[in-house]
Design a protein. Structure first.
Length: 595
């Protein structure tokens, strides 16, 4: 067919639309060559060069042509890139592949040798190189079930990337042709993420087509996908069907719901806990579970400096921030170790009126009064009492010892924690957030430095409510927390809802603990950035992080759905000992926590 071009390979459709494809390949080649100072870009450039060779010859190429192309590009790249970088890449796979392609072995024997080379490269994480081998060997779509997503160290994330891909080809068929029929679960996560972004940008018909492609793959490979992922596909399918005003449920969606019922039955048998099938509405308004709460009167907490000093003794500085300074201290009457937080009166603290508008309280005092009102939560640091001094408010806080914050704790492991360690930490963080939600408190600054971990028990506690606010059902316009955690809806639409924004921040926190860095720094990163992943990331953890980091806030999980995700519930090791085994937990003398 004149309008189609053959591209064998595990990540390619066997036949793709030829229209605009040459321009797309050329653009990708130039883009990689202009950024070829990065090693990954060199491999990417070689990949697109071979793609162009396939295009020009409509897929009918000899292996010797690959060898000639690799040698030609070697001479070009040596002029543009560090010679050491190019030499290392060529030693790893380019020259071996070039030599192998020029041998006079029988065709089938040569093909099997190239496939074996591709398998070896894939096992080493050289994804582009492995895919080139499979293309050279004319491997058909879907026959490499273990093969991971091209560029799996970095998942395309932003809205602009997707929109440009759609507009460039003027139709969605080309985008689907790159992915349809591919069974590998990692790639289905990627497709669902993009389908959600399509729906968010009102491409409902395209998103519905994506749902169908994903659903047919799920149905054909039911054992490869978890219940949670099926629920997400069903949810998006139903939402887009509503937007398209389609009344009749298509056959593939009916079959997907039937498959979900089977998964639910299996989960019920294994866990005695049957999850609910997703509906089109999420994040229902929460009501407080604290009854008859009365905001305290600051007048009743007035005390002189002399009287305070007779009750407490301040010691060394633990931390200092925009809302106050924290010292270790001792309660003199029983020598209990405490943390003493001083908040200066004036412009350095935020306050709001209580429900009866009779008096004003510092935000942190008012919010901690709510979250510490009995029954308390063991994963939130307790405010024991507070005082109204002439020039400052003083909060007396629980001081778990020995402890440090998670940021310092992660540094002990080279800046990154393992999945097992994060799996032990995150349920405690979610429990703290659930307690805050039930007390109608929104923390807005949940990050590693605001989470303490006890070095004996590994119990985690949430601290520092200085950026918080009362939880309400209407959208917020301002965000007081760290900008790395800003939800995309604030950046893109200048408003956000409390719980979905909190779930986003939990996704950022998990990524930060795992990778030691933040995924997004600026608005541009959210628009057209990439999610750089750590090697060895499990599929379930990838699914959970991508779910929390959905651009569409209505498609993020609820707090309850988070802890029911398979990453938490399946294959969990001994959480108390195994994740931290072999680590010397004695804190250095100078180490402190931020509070």
């Amino acid at each position: 067919m004149e309008n189609q071009c053959k591209f064998p390979g595990p990540l390619m459709s066997n036949e793709m639309q030829k229209e605009n494809l040459n321009q797309f390949i050329t653009q990708k080649s130039e883009e990689c060559l202009n950024n070829s100072d990065v090693a990954d870009r060199v491999e990417e450039y070689l990949f697109w060069q071979i793609m162009e060779l396939f295009f020009v010859n409509n897929g009918n190429i000899m292996m010797s042509q690959i060898s000639a192309l690799l040698l030609k590009d070697y001479r070009l790249l040596k002029k543009r890139v560090s010679e050491d970088t190019v030499t290392e890449i060529y030693k790893q796979w380019c020259l071996p592949l070039a030599r192998l392609s020029c041998t006079f072995a029988p065709e089938q024997e040569l093909r099997e040798s190239v496939i074996k080379m591709g398998d070896d490269l894939d096992s080493k994480g050289l994804t582009y190189a492995a895919h080139i081998c499979f293309m050279v060997a004319q491997v058909e779509l879907g026959s490499r079930d273990q093969f991971h997503l091209i560029g799996s160290k970095s998942l395309p994330f932003g809205i602009k990337i997707l929109n440009e891909a759609i507009y460039r080809t003027e139709t969605y068929e080309y985008v689907l042709s790159l992915t349809s029929g591919l069974g590998q679960p990692d790639f289905q996560l990627f497709k669902l993420s993009h389908a959600n972004r399509l729906a968010m940008n009102t491409f409902h018909d395209v998103a519905f087509k994506y749902c169908e492609v994903i659903a047919r793959t799920l149905i054909s490979l039911p054992g490869s996908f978890k219940r949670t992922f099926l629920e997400r596909v069903i949810l998006l399918s139903r939402n887009t069907q509503i937007q398209l005003r389609q009344e009749d449920q298509p056959e593939w969606l009916q079959e997907l719901c039937r498959l979900h019922s089977v998964k639910v039955s299996e989960a019920k048998t294994n866990t005695k806990d049957q999850p609910m099938l997703p509906t089109s509405s999420k994040h229902e308004p929460m009501t407080t579970k604290i009854k008859d709460f009365q905001s305290p009167d600051p007048e009743q907490h007035i005390i002189s400096v002399e009287e305070f000093n007779s009750r407490y003794t301040s010691n060394r500085l633990l931390g200092k921030g925009g809302f106050g300074s924290v010292y270790s201290g001792v309660r003199n009457e029983d020598e209990r170790q405490v943390a003493i937080k001083y908040v200066k009166k004036g412009q350095c603290y935020r306050s709001f009126n209580s429900h009866d508008d009779l008096f004003s309280l510092p935000v942190e005092v008012a919010l901690m009064e709510r979250v510490c009102h009995p029954p308390c939560c063991s994963n939130i640091v307790e405010m024991l009492e507070w005082y109204n001094l002439p020039f400052q408010f003083v909060l007396i806080l629980e001081y778990p010892s020995p402890c440090t914050d998670l940021k310092m704790f992660a540094k002990r492991y080279g800046g990154c924690l393992s999945e097992g360690q994060i799996r032990h930490i995150m349920p405690q963080v979610v429990q703290a957030v659930q307690h805050c939600r039930d007390r109608k408190v929104l923390h807005r600054d949940i990050k590693a430095s605001n989470l303490l971990i006890n070095l004996d028990t590994f119990e985690v506690k949430l601290i520092d409510f200085g950026c918080g606010v009362l939880l309400k059902d209407i959208p917020y316009k301002q965000y007081s927390g760290t900008h790395f955690f800003w939800p995309p809806e604030l950046v893109l639409f200048e408003e956000y809802s409390g719980i979905p924004a909190t779930v986003w921040s939990l996704g950022i926190l998990m990524f930060n603990l795992l990778c030691g860095e933040y995924p997004f720094n600026l608005k541009e990163d959210i628009d057209d950035g990439c999610l750089n992943l750590c090697p060895g990331l499990s599929r379930d953890f990838l699914d959970l992080i991508m779910w929390c980091l959905e651009l569409n806030p209505s498609l993020r999980p609820s707090l309850e759905e988070m802890v029911k995700h398979e990453w938490f519930t399946e294959g969990v090791p001994d959480l108390h000992q195994a994740p931290f085994k072999g680590m010397d937990m004695q804190p250095p003398e100078e180490e402190s926590s931020s509070f």
